[in-house]
Design a protein around this ligand. Structure first.
Ligand code: UFG
Length: 325
């Protein structure tokens, strides 16, 4: 199968490309390299440098490469930023998705995989969170992903497009060749590891008065390679119809537990300071991924937080300046 991967130079997208190529698929990466890194793209994948905001760029890529399937990772992805710049999300994320979907349907693409998010569940009634949980997006970012999920449901009816919406909980970790390198970096694990690398003096703990065992927020950290594997399984399962899955390990870890585990792994003291809560952070997000386990036989290979952080630490130690080094 030929798969067009938007955002294939980004963190999760580049690992999905690695896994796609390992499983024998042919890959075209569509990326404007505004956030992604050319060095992150697997050497067997072809890069089309283009912008989802430019319909002509997408049309040219589809006309030339004629993909059978699309994986759509490229996106603005910061919950906090989306509260300050809602149109970057409700506008750009949505209109870029529309441009892509228009082209995909016009070219008869039958398989589409969307990177969706746990940010659909701002006020979960039941934890762990299953697919039957009521959807209450937590931010314009989450809402933009939900709008795209809804579009896909309609395009299935109008165009027979088969889709998988994969709702990631907290992607983390690295493969031996690819890791997390955002600018600016705002995610917990890479920031904690930057303290161990002496690039920053301390990690801020955003609130320790949540209703959780140690007062800090609890998240479900899922290894990026396990996420990527779920994409490959979903891609093939689309032969049997569209599907939506929540993707996490099913175990929650607090901010303090992440810091403590990182201290043990890096041997560095990792200074921390408690600061006020970050607006928009739910206390606890843990996935119930039993549906994808049962239907596709997906099983995380790295469910252990320690292993996830060890692999991230190994990548950051080898690439102290990220892909820039
Ligand atoms: N945190 C800190 N200090 C920091 C950074 C983060 O205490 O310097 C805390 C946050 O408050 C949160 C936890 O660490 O409780 C994880 O924060 P991240 O920023 O790493 O991740 P988020 O949970 O905010 O968001 C991530 C993705 C989103 C996705 C969401 C789904 O960035 O795109 O997971 O759960 F929607």
């Amino acid at each position: 199968m030929k798969v067009l991967v938007t955002g294939g130079a980004g963190y999760i997208g580049s690992v999905a490309v690695e896994r796609l190529i390992a499983s024998g698929e042919s890959v075209v990466v569509f990326d404007n390299l505004s956030q992604g890194h050319r060095e992150a793209i697997h050497s067997d994948a072809e890069l089309v440098r283009g912008d989802l905001a430019a319909a002509a760029d997408i049309e040219a890529a589809f006309a030339r490469h004629k993909p059978d399937a699309v994986m759509h990772f490229a996106s603005n992805l910061l919950v906090g930023e989306s509260m300050e710049k809602p149109f970057k999300y409700l506008g750009d994320n949505v209109s870029n998705g529309v441009n892509l979907l228009k082209c995909a349907t016009a070219h008869g693409v039958e398989r589409f995989i969307l990177s969706s998010t746990a940010n659909l569940f701002d006020e979960p009634e039941t934890i762990p969170i299953s697919e039957s949980e009521c959807i209450v997006p937590g931010s314009p970012y989450g809402e933009s992903k939900y709008i795209l999920e809804r579009m896909l449901a309609w395009l299935e009816r109008t165009h027979g497009l088969r889709y998988a919406a994969l709702r990631y909980f907290n992607a983390a970790g690295a493969t031996s060749e690819r890791g997390e390198d955002h600018d600016p970096e705002l995610h917990l694990i890479p920031l904690v590891l930057q303290v161990a690398q002496r690039k920053r003096e301390h990690i801020s703990i955003f609130g320790d008065d949540y209703d959780t065992p140690d007062g800090t927020c609890v998240r479900d950290y899922i290894h990026v390679s396990d996420l990527a594997d779920a994409h490959i399984l979903a891609l093939h399962a689309l032969s049997d119809g569209s599907r939506t899955y929540n993707l996490g390990n099913g175990q929650g870890f607090s901010v303090k537990e992440v810091i403590e585990t990182s201290r043990e792994i890096t041997g560095h003291g990792i200074a921390s300071k408690t600061t006020p809560r970050r607006p928009g952070d739910p206390a606890k997000l843990v996935a119930d991924s039993s549906k994808i386990r049962a239907e596709l036989g997906w099983e995380p290979k790295y469910p252990d937080l320690r292993q996830i952080i060890e692999m991230a630490w190994s990548w950051h130690s080898k690439h102290p300046n990220g892909y820039g080094s």
